[in-house]
Design a protein around this ligand. Structure first.
Ligand code: KG4
Ligand code: ZN
Length: 343
C-alpha cells in the first residue's frame, strides 16, 4: 500500500498501550519530545478484586481507547493527517487487552495511510530511559521491575539486549502487592508500602534478602513468607516497621545485584524501568550506588516508569530509524519475549 509521509523532517508518532490495566495514548515527536501522554488507569475497577481481572480490563480498554486517543491528539494539537506512524504494544500482556490496542492501531494506520508498528512492552520500558536522557551512553544495565517481571538486562546498543538475571519465582512488584494485601494495605500494594514505610523503621526487623550472594538471579517468594510468618508470631508488630523492613530487604537485594551486574559488564550507567521503579527508596539507593561507584543513574520520572504510551512511541521512533513498520498481519502475542542475545 501507499504510505503518506509528512513533508517536514519531524516524525510524529501516536503510541498506544493496552497490555494490562492502563489504557494509554501518547504523541511523541522525534522519539523524545512528548507532546501528550494520557493514561487512564483502571485501578479502581480492579481494586475490589485485589488484582487485575482480565475480562474487566479488556472491556474497559474497549470503551476507553477512542476517548483516550482523542484526548492525546487534542492535547498535542495534532490532526489526523499529522500523524506519521501508529505504534502499539503487541505483547506481552493480557490477550483481550492487547487485542483492543492492536486492532485500534491497525485501523487508524490503515485509514490514515501511515505505517503501523508493533512494540514489545518490555522493550518499551527499557526505552523510557531515553525520554528523559536521550544522550545516555551504552552499555547500560537496566533493572526492569514490574508486577509481572524482575529482570537485570544489559542494554548493549539499540535492539541489543542480554539477560543477566531474573526472578526465579515472584516478581518484585508481585511481592509488594502480596505483602501489602497481607498487611491490609490495599491494592496496588507497591505505592501503599512505599507510603507507609516513610513512617516506619526499616531497621526494626531483619528480613534477609534471599539469594543475596548468589549470582544475578532473584527470589522473592521466601521473603514474602518470612514477612507473613513474622506478623503471625508478632501480632502487635507495627505495620509501618514491617513494611519499611520488607521494602529495605527488596531494595537492598535489587541494588546490590544491579551494581554487581554494572561492574561485570562495564556499564556506563544503571537505569530503572517498570512500575516498581517508582519506589522512593529504590530510586534513592540507585542514585547513591551510582554516585559512589561512578555510574550514570538513569531514573525515568515516575510517570514514565509505570505503564504509559510515550515509551511505546519512543521505542517506535528508534525502530523506524532502523527498518520500518510491521506488517498489518502482526498479531497480539501474550507471551512475547525480548530477543535476547546469548553473549
Ligand atoms: O510496570 P507496571 O505499571 O505494570 C506491569 O506489571 O507491567 O508495574 C506495576 C507494579 C505493581 O506491582 C505495583 O505494586 C508496583 O509496580 N509499584 C510499586 C510502586 N508503584 C508501583 N512498587 C513499589 N513502590 C512503588 N512506589
Ligand atoms: Zn509494564
Amino acid at each position: 500500500m501507499e504510505y503518506h509521509m509528512n513533508t517536514s523532517e519531524d516524525m510524529t508518532i501516536l503510541g498506544i498501550e493496552t497490555s494490562c490495566d492502563e489504557t494509554a495514548a501518547a504523541i511523541v515527536v522525534n522519539g523524545t519530545d512528548v507532546r501528550a501522554n494520557v493514561v487512564s488507569s483502571q485501578v479502581d475497577l480492579h481494586a475490589r478484586y485485589g488484582g487485575v481481572v482480565p475480562e474487566i480490563a479488556g472491556r474497559a480498554h474497549e470503551s476507553l481507547i477512542t476517548p483516550v486517543v482523542a484526548e492525546a491528539m487534542v492535547k498535542a494539537g495534532v490532526a489526523d493527517n499529522e500523524v506519521d506512524v501508529v505504534a502499539v504494544t503487541h505483547g506481552p500482556g493480557l490477550i483481550g487487552s492487547l487485542l483492543v490496542g492492536v486492532a485500534a492501531a491497525k485501523a487508524m494506520a490503515l485509514v490514515w495511510g501511515v505505517p503501523f508498528i508493533g512494540i514489545n512492552h518490555h522493550e518499551a520500558h527499557l526505552y523510557a530511559s531515553f525520554l528523559d536522557q536521550p544522550d545516555i551512553e551504552f552499555p547500560l544495565v537496566v533493572m526492569l521491575v514490574s508486577g509481572g517481571h524482575t529482570m537485570l538486562i544489559e542494554f548493549r546498543n539499540h535492539g541489543e539486549y542480554r539477560l543477566l538475571g531474573a526472578t526465579l519465582d515472584d516478581a518484585a512488584g508481585e511481592a509488594f502487592d502480596k505483602v501489602a494485601r497481607y498487611l491490609g494495605l490495599g491494592y496496588p500494594g507497591g505505592p501503599a508500602i512505599d507510603k507507609i514505610s516513610s513512617q516506619g523503621d526499616s531497621e526494626a526487623i531483619k528480613f534477609t534478602p534471599p539469594m543475596f550472594h548468589d549470582g544475578l538471579d532473584f527470589s522473592f517468594s521466601g521473603l514474602k513468607t518470612a514477612v507473613i510468618n513474622y506478623v503471625r508470631k508478632n501480632s502487635d508488630a507495627d505495620t509501618a516497621d514491617v513494611a519499611a523492613s520488607f521494602q529495605k530487604a527488596v531494595v537492598d537485594v535489587l541494588t546490590h545485584k544491579a551494581l554487581k551486574a554494572a561492574k561485570e559488564v562495564g556499564a556506563k550507567g544503571i537505569c530503572l524501568a517498570g512500575g516498581v521503579a517508582a519506589n522512593t527508596l529504590l530510586r534513592q539507593r540507585t542514585s547513591e550506588i551510582c554516585n559512589e561507584n561512578g555510574f550514570v543513574a538513569c531514573l525515568p520520572s515516575r510517570a514514565m516508569c509505570t505503564d504509559n504510551a510515550a515509551m511505546v512511541a519512543a521505542t517506535a521512533w528508534w525502530k523506524m530509524q532502523n527498518g520500518g513498520g510491521s506488517p498489518l498481519d502482526l498479531g497480539a502475542d501474550p507471551n512475547l519475549r525480548l530477543p535476547f542475545i546469548q553473549n
